[in-house]
Design a binder for this molecule. Structure first.
Ligand SMILES: Cc1cc2nc3c(=O)[nH]c(=O)nc-3n(C[C@H](O)[C@H](O)[C@H](O)COP(=O)(O)OP(=O)(O)OC[C@H]3O[C@@H](n4cnc5c(N)ncnc54)[C@H](O)[C@@H]3O)c2cc1C
Length: 441
């Protein structure tokens, strides 16, 4: 193929597909290349796609009952766990019931494939119906650089040329390094391994067990005993007739503690509260994938250079301050902003970093970088031993006393709390945590 594209996008994950949708709608001629057999075939996610950007890309997506999403979230739970007990903050609200939903659970192999079909529809409706392509089963080996400007890609012996390249290759960002946008290896303590099982139930049984109504769903995050002493956390999300149950575990900590993700997941599943939840379910899928920690120090210093932009987790755009993992929504928004920048560059016929720097500005002005910058202290706090162990143990210890009724005089709650603090932490540590937490959140 001798023709030149306006843009080549590498990777048909959430970031690449979002970028492709914007380019197709803006009548741009582009090539989206994915190494997997189909979009989503290589992708793993817990996962809840948060926010309303999906509605921008696929208006009224909720009208499609067989669409790529599983359930909308109207029930959120954060659970502290010790060996015997769970103590949850539980929030369910019908205000979440109206579309566009504030979060939808997705299974990536289904969701990405569905979104790719929507992109194809947009290509078909564009002026470049015969000239823009989604190409799967192709691994991009190299970004072709000329005078330090990206001018195309190489796959095997084949070369394809374009005015611009969007790298949306995900967390294992080899091409990002190749073009020199990330020079340092990200330290292992900024990276996590995510593992997940999909467990199937009879749909009615699942809906009864989790009190789901229609397509409503629940997201549950876990802190404490779940990770068997390894830095990280657990999650559970309800799909149509399955649940996604898994963990994200610090790679460095896991290695130092000589633990395997599989063993830690079995440990999590052995907790009495989890065993009750998954009883009778059948494991139908097991997946693992690296995921960023949300520590900003893992981000490349710059997200653009002449002819090239980075979107999604290839730039380590992710946040997890304990409330939720936000990686897909960041990928989607950054893909949208990257494509909008390319559209502007095409209007000016200038794909140099002078124009592409507008992407960095747009991202800095968006909630993505505002939140990444604003919640770094919370990300760090979540990974401290106090938050990982002491606080969950203390809360569960207090819960056991508070909810136990004996035929004896009942101590005052403040005395129960004082005892729990003494057993698991100290006033001084909690004062420090409170001061830091108030600032961080
Ligand atoms: C266990 C787990 C749970 C998670 N839970 C959540 C959650 O609940 N909510 C949330 O928002 N996020 C969650 N995340 C994070 C989220 O999955 C990622 O942040 C998100 O997928 C990043 O999207 P992306 O498009 O940047 O990259 P990816 O989704 O990784 O897509 C990159 C694509 O590029 C392709 N590719 C890579 N290299 C090449 C190449 N050289 N040539 C061609 N194609 C290439 C890959 O095959 C892939 O399809 C979770 C992650 C894990 C691992």
């Amino acid at each position: 193929m001798d023709e030149k594209f306006d843009c080549i996008i590498v990777g048909a994950g959430v970031a690449g597909l979002a970028a492709a949708m914007v380019l197709a709608r803006s009548n741009m001629k582009f090539l989206l290349i994915e190494r997997g057999e189909f979009a989503g075939s290589k992708n793993v996610s817990g996962g809840v796609l948060w926010g309303h950007d999906l509605a921008k890309l696929v208006p009224d997506y909720w009208e499609e009952k067989e669409a790529g999403w599983e359930r909308f979230i109207n029930h959120r739970r954060l659970t502290f766990m010790d060996e015997e007990s769970t103590f949850s903050l539980d929030f369910k609200s019908s205000h979440f019931n109206e579309p566009p939903y504030s979060g939808v659970v997705v299974l990536r192999s289904k969701f990405d494939r569905w979104l790719a079909d929507k992109v194809q529809d947009a290509i078909d409706a564009s002026d470049y119906a015969m000239d823009s392509f989604i190409a799967t089963n192709i691994l991009v080996d190299q970004i072709i650089m000329k005078d330090d400007k990206a001018v195309g890609i190489k796959t095997g012996e084949d070369e394809f040329f374009a005015d611009s390249v969007i790298i949306a290759e995900g967390v294992n960002n080899l091409l990002t390094r190749q073009v020199g946008l990330q020079t340092q290896y990200v330290p292992a303590d900024h990276m996590l391994t995510g593992i997940k099982e999909i467990i199937r139930f009879d749909q009615k049984e699942l809906e009864d067990r989790f009190q789901l109504n229609g397509l409503s769903g629940m997201s549950n995050e876990f802190v404490g005993w779940a990770t068997d002493g390894v830095e990280g956390g657990g999650f559970l999300y309800t799909n149509r007739d399955t649940i996604s149950l898994g963990l994200v575990l610090g790679i460095k900590d896991m290695r130092e503690k000589n633990k395997s993700p599989h063993d830690v997941l079995n440990h999590f599943k052995s907790h009495p509260a989890i065993a009750d939840i998954i009883r009778g379910g059948e494991i139908v899928e097991y997946t693992a994938h690296v995921v960023s920690s949300g520590d900003k120090r893992a981000m490349p210093k710059e997200l653009y250079k002449d002819g090239v932009l980075l979107a999604g987790e290839s730039a380590n755009l992710l946040m997890n301050a304990g409330k939720a993992i936000q990686g897909m929504d960041y990928a989607m928004r950054s893909g949208i902003l990257a494509a909008e920048t390319i559209v502007k560059a095409k209007e000016k016929n200038d794909f140099t970093s002078a124009t592409l720097s507008g992407y960095r500005k747009a991202l800095d002005d968006s909630y993505v970088m505002k939140d990444i910058n604003g919640f770094q202290d919370a990300v760090h706090l979540l990974h401290t031993p106090t938050m990982q162990h002491d606080v969950p143990n203390l809360i569960c210890d207090f819960g056991r006393q508070f909810f136990t009724i004996k035929n004896e005089p009942t101590p005052k709650s403040k005395d129960m709390l004082r005892g729990a603090i003494k057993r698991h932490s100290s006033y001084w540590d909690l004062i420090k945590l409170g001061a830091k937490g108030a600032k961080a959140l």
